[in-house]
Design a protein around this ligand. Structure first.
Ligand code: SME
Length: 155
């Protein structure tokens, strides 16, 4: 499946959105809205922030979601524990997948860091099986990297 959006354009728009604004929640809200409005065939896009050993839901677009996910559980917690992207072509085949929206069929979770430390994950869900291509993975990894690099660690 070709990607109908230009990744360069999306990252350029993201940089413009984040430019000059230090607030993490404001920027996460705009980033989730940018992804959800520009990337087709999604049913959830948003953030979980790392709070100790638990991921707590942050700004997102989509149906209400699980508020807290322990690191190591579900796709989000597994990606956080490994510190690497997880692409799940079929959520029903992922042991421990946490179903927040029963419409979700595939998912990608990308960890992001702030100041060199894991700060949370970007979670994107689709109602379409096997929705996320290697190009999508590269795009969302660039989003997560750009988002993390735009912030300073909290005091
Ligand atoms: N499916 C995720 C939970 C978060 S929702 O998809 C928004 C998981 O297994 O971690």
């Amino acid at each position: 499946m070709t990607n109908p959006i230009d990744p360069g354009d999306l990252i350029g728009e993201l940089r413009a959105l984040l430019d000059g604004e230090p607030d993490l929640v404001a920027n996460a809200a705009n980033t989730a809205a940018l992804i959800f409005s520009r990337v087709p065939r999604l049913n959830w896009a948003g953030f979980y922030f790392l709070r100790g050993a638990v991921l707590v839901v942050g700004p997102f677009q989509g149906l209400p979601a699980c508020t807290r996910i322990p690191v190591g559980q579900g796709v989000c917690g597994s990606a956080a524990a490994r510190g690497e992207t997880i692409v799940v072509p079929d959520v029903h085949a992922f042991p421990g997948h946490i179903a927040c929206d029963s419409a979700s069929r595939s998912e990608i979770v990308v960890p992001f860091s702030i100041g060199g430390r894991l700060a949370g994950v970007l979670d994107i869900d689709s109602p379409e099986p096997d929705r996320f291509s290697p190009a999508d993975r590269a795009l969302f990894e660039a989003v997560a990297q750009t988002f993390g690099a735009a912030h300073r660690p909290a005091e």
